[in-house]
Design a protein around this ligand. Structure first.
Ligand code: ADP
Ligand code: MG
Length: 246
């Protein structure tokens, strides 16, 4: 189980203190698929980076399977089985898709068949991609899917996906959703998926709504989805004021 206890993150911006996360406490039980959703700028990515060790919280504690991991760096957390797929994945010039999957899997002799399986799971055809470099010649959606395939190759027990739907066509997205569903069904990993997509929200055991640097709500898809739909205007103060003035 992952436990976040009173996590805070403040930055000093031109001398002024800005609170990005304020006293966030949450437990993620083993084998669950939890979706973090909420308005842009709410703090979801920062929270994911804090779990992965890419951002150091200014307050609070993180426990993983009862062990305090607050002071561990990203490599040490990766060794414990935590992995994170960036909202905007980095590109690696000179490294092919096959190299990336091989490095991620830790198996120097990763077979073409296995590479093919990982790429198929994210809706890509291995023949078209294995020898391509993970550089700027790939589209945003392609890099995103290749990164997700590398997380699958790594086979971590705790995976965090940050808006996996971004830049992905509907066909590939359907394939990707099936992959998440399969991981969940076979209990092969605990997953946090940051997403705004109804299809992903509906897969989740629990939805956590993050807004204004705080956890706003935790509940089932049935409870949370209607709230999100009803709140589309409420997230814009200007529109809300206009509505009120009518
Ligand atoms: N290092 C930082 N310095 C200043 N502001 C930051 C920093 N990191 C994040 N923020 C701000 O914190 C807020 C939350 O960002 P983020 O976690 O990316 O939100 P989300 O993923 O929910 O859209 C945003 O307003 C963002 O600009
Ligand atoms: Mg984000």
């Amino acid at each position: 189980m992952l436990e976040l206890k009173h996590i805070s993150y403040t930055v000093s911006d031109a001398g002024a203190e800005q609170t990005i996360l304020n006293d966030v406490s949450v437990n993620i039980p083993d084998g669950e698929l939890v979706v973090f959703t909420g308005p842009n700028g709410g703090g979801k990515t920062t929270l994911a980076k804090i779990i992965m060790g890419l951002v150091t919280p200014t307050g609070g504690q993180i426990l993983y399977n009862g062990k305090d991991i607050t002071g561990l760096d990203i490599t040490e957390r990766a060794r414990l089985g935590i992995s994170y797929g960036f909202q905007q994945p980095p590109r690696f010039k000179g490294i092919t898709v096959r190299d990336l999957l091989t490095i991620a899997s830790g198996d120097n002799k990763l077979s073409k068949d296995k590479c093919c399986r990982y790429l198929t799971q994210v809706g890509l055809c291995a023949n078209d991609y294995l020898d391509r470099e993970v550089d700027t010649s790939l589209s945003g959606g392609e890099v995103k899917r290749i990164e997700i395939a590398s997380l699958l190759a790594r086979g971590s027990e705790f995976m965090i996906f940050d808006e996996p739907e971004a830049g992905i066509d509907l066909w590939s997205f359907a394939r990707l959703t099936e992959t998440f569903e399969e991981i969940h069904r076979t209990h092969s990993a605990t997953m946090i998926i940051i997403s705004h997509q109804e299809r992903i929200i509906r897969l989740a055991d629990e939805i956590i709504v993050v807004g204004g640097g705080e956890l706003r709500y935790r509940g089932s898809a049935e409870e949370v989805f209607p709230m999100i739909m009803a709140d589309t205007m409420g997230s814009c103060p200007v529109l809300t004021r206009k509505e009120a003035a009518k």
